[in-house]
Design a protein around this ligand. Structure first.
Ligand SMILES: [Fe+2]
Length: 705
């Protein structure tokens, strides 16, 4: 049989290509087989009985099952063994979900026969391997001239409703915890949970949602990259006792349950006890069996495993600030992503913001028109929104599923409290400048923060606010251009607003955000306390190591810094930005710059915040920052205006500084903090507590949306 296919599925769009981030490879590995508009490049089916793919099994009973494939073929290094899902495939409309090259198969080159162990996740459908030959270049995109010359038997999926990909998500209610998982179409999705392993005294029936091709925007996501997500189930575990370990299983009575996992519930509202959180961004995903040969996110596996290992060290949450799966419209990657994230996200809530690879596409309502970005390849935030149910903002959210196929109505920003921290997570991919709805929300959320209740105010976003980068291109994907855009919109707000409930005991360091974490460039960069591009003073500073050099190994202890500290932490797995992409010498505000993979451990109590930048592999710490909020000795501290540190420094000689000792109990600032509702009400009715743009907002904005 020989037939020719030349598919073109979606009208071509004259749009820009990928953002040029750092200097690593950017194209999705499947893009070499597809056209830019989502169609398939030309290929032929020319089965040759001399060639074959023999499997040790033709039945899949679980996710992660190994299949031993014995491949007989021409023996070319550029041959391709690919897995189609579902099978039998429609080669005119489907791209395969993963592949390896002939050069990856032991013994295949030049003997023409070799074996490879694949590990297949559960795609909820039957699957089949095929062997291509001819014309695939491993290093550059080129038009393949390849033929399908052999097919394996079809692998029957015997467990399409196996519950998989579980990941936890916190809500604004600390006594609740969401769990999300997928099946093909299992009925009555249920989570069972309790305080004792194996004994589930509580049970919650969840909801089921999904998305289909019509919910997406365009491009590859609506072309060959589309992949049926099955049923996405969400269930809410409620009535949780604070800071308590719960054991749980998820699934259905009809098709069975997941293995048991456990998590530690969130601190009670107003708790100032120590919390331990992992901060990360830009991780991506990779197939455990080595598929997709040039995929540049393989280090994400080691990082995910390292984060999972932090569970035993008491870390109870991961805040991940954008660029998640890098599926880029090849939607089966989202299944693999959550298989990988479940390594740790079944044990700690996974809190995220969207990045360009989740959100951006021209005319989809994103933040970009100069000249626009196609980085989501037509996902337009819809896939992200359905798979990451972040806390809702009453009065500000549109319905969860964008049904108008544009992404325009998504509001993917939110805030939540976690012990002594107020997290403000905004969306750099959607409009954020003054005049936008998101900007109004940011001001309102800042005004609601009670620094007695949550002494620490941490902002998360995807794109850099400050960055050491040589990219000064004047377009929406230019690193410095975008950083300047964000600073123009928000830096004054993040530094000048007056927090509610300023206390004589804590007048200092309370009027600005404490820290900001973001990704986008794939590197670690940490600043001094910065305002308007200049290092700002602290009451005391102690440094070790050499600051402002590439590859630094430093510690910094700051008491009452007078401006935020900025952390670029986009080094969780996607190919690193190299030092050659940065400015030389290192600009003075960047105290620690490291092009290594890893993540940040963060410990926070009422008065002390400690970050440790961890390198993977190696598990060594290369930057430690300790921020201390000391108690001033004077009672004459201003309560409504910010006291510049340079003119009215509080004495630190007698300040009771709380540090973290093993087993220590952090100090408590306020035994009975006011409620958040009270704080919002007061902020809206007491102009003295507000400044600048916040004070000018009409009082009806909380009802927008
Ligand atoms: Fe990004």
């Amino acid at each position: 049989m020989r037939w020719i296919v030349a598919a073109a599925l979606v009208a071509c769009l004259a749009v820009p290509t990928y953002a040029s981030i750092g200097n690593g490879p950017q194209e999705h590995p499947l893009e070499k087989f597809t056209t830019a508009d989502g169609g398939m490049k030309s290929f032929a089916v020319n089965l040759n009985p001399a060639y074959s793919i023999v499997l040790n099994s033709t039945t899949q009973t679980t996710t992660g099952q190994y299949f031993l494939a014995t491949i007989t073929g021409p023996g070319a290094a550029t041959d391709v063994v690919a897995l189609y899902a579902p099978a039998p495939a429609n080669y005119t409309t489907q791209i395969f979900v993963k592949y390896i090259l002939g050069s990856q198969i032991p013994g295949y080159v030049p003997s023409g026969k070799g074996q490879y162990v694949f590990q297949n996740i559960n795609y909820r459908v039957d699957t089949q391997f095929v062997l291509f030959t001819g014309g695939v270049n491993t290093n550059t995109l080129q038009t393949p001239n390849y033929n399908i010359i052999a097919q394996s038997p079809i692998i029957t999926n015997a467990a399409p409703n196996q519950p998989v990909q579980g990941h936890l998500m916190a809500t604004t209610d600390p006594s609740a915890m969401l769990i999300q998982w997928v099946t093909k179409n299992a009925p009555t999705p249920t989570v069972k949970y309790g305080l004792t392993s194996g004994q589930y005294t509580k049970s919650t029936v969840g909801t089921t949602a999904t998305y289909n091709i019509n919910n997406l925007c365009s491009g590859i996501a609506q072309g060959t990259g589309y992949f049926d997500p099955g049923s996405i189930h969400t269930a809410n575990m409620t009535g949780l006792t604070p800071v308590t370990r719960y054991y749980y299983i998820y699934g259905s009575d009809a098709f069975g349950y997941s293995p048991e996992n456990s998590f530690v519930s969130a601190p009670a509202n107003g708790s100032l006890a120590e919390v331990k959180i992992i901060m990360s961004a830009d991780n991506g995903q990779a197939y455990m069996d080595g598929s997709n040969e040039v995929r540049d996110e393989k280090p994400s596996i080691a990082v995910s495993q390292a984060i999972a290992a932090e569970v035993k060290n008491g870390y109870t949450m991961n805040v991940h600030n954008g660029d998640l799966a890098y599926a880029d419209g090849f939607l089966a990657d989202w299944d693999n992503y959550y298989e990988q994230m479940s390594l740790f996200a079944q044990s700690m809530p996974f809190m995220t913001v969207p990045g360009n690879h989740e959100r951006d596409f021209p005319n989809s309502g994103d933040a970009f028109i100069n000249p626009g970005s196609t980085d989501s390849r037509g996902e337009c935030g819809v896939v992200y929104n359905q798979r990451q149910r972040m806390p809702q903002q009453p009065g500000w959210d549109y319905p969860a599923l964008n049904t108008n196929a544009s992404g325009a109505n998504l509001r993917l920003y939110y805030s939540f409290e976690y012990g002594p921290i107020h997290f403000l997570q905004y969306d750099s991919e959607s409009p954020f400048a003054p005049g936008s709805i998101q900007y109004e929300w940011i001001l309102r959320d800042l005004a609601s923060v009670d620094r007695k209740r949550t002494p620490w105010l941490i902002v998360g976003v995807h794109r850099m606010f400050y960055c050491d980068s040589s990219d000064y291109s004047s377009n929406d994907n230019g690193d410095q251009y975008m950083a300047a855009r964000q600073r123009a919109a928000l830096e004054a707000v993040f530094n000048q607003y007056k927090a509610r409930a300023l206390s004589p005991l804590l007048y200092h360091s309370l009027s600005h955000i404490d820290a900001m974490f973001y990704g986008h460039e794939h590197i670690y960069e940490r600043t001094c306390p910065v305002k308007n591009g200049v290092c700002q003073p602290s009451d005391s500073v102690v440094n070790t190591g050499t600051l402002n050099v590439q590859g630094a190994n430093t510690t910094t202890t700051l008491t009452n810094p007078s401006a935020p500290i900025y952390f670029l932490i986009g080094n969780a797995g996607r190919a690193l930005t190299t030092y050659s992409f940065l400015e030389t010498p290192v600009p003075v505000i960047y105290q620690n710059v490291n092009s290594v993979y890893g993540y940040v451990r963060m410990r926070v109590n009422a008065t002390t915040l400690i970050t440790e930048a961890v390198a993977i592999p190696g598990n060594y710490v290369f930057d430690t920052v300790t921020i201390i909020k000391s108690t001033p000795t004077t009672s004459a501290a201003p309560t409504t205006t910010l006291a510049p540190a340079s003119t009215t420094p509080p004495s630190t000689t007698s300040a009771p500084v709380t540090t973290f000792a093993p087993g220590s109990t952090p100090s408590v600032l306020s035994p009975s903090p006011p409620s958040k509702a009270d704080a919002i009400t007061a902020a809206l009715t007491d102009p003295a507590t507000l400044v600048g743009d916040i004070a000018s907002l009409p009082g009806t904005l909380l009802n927008k949306g």
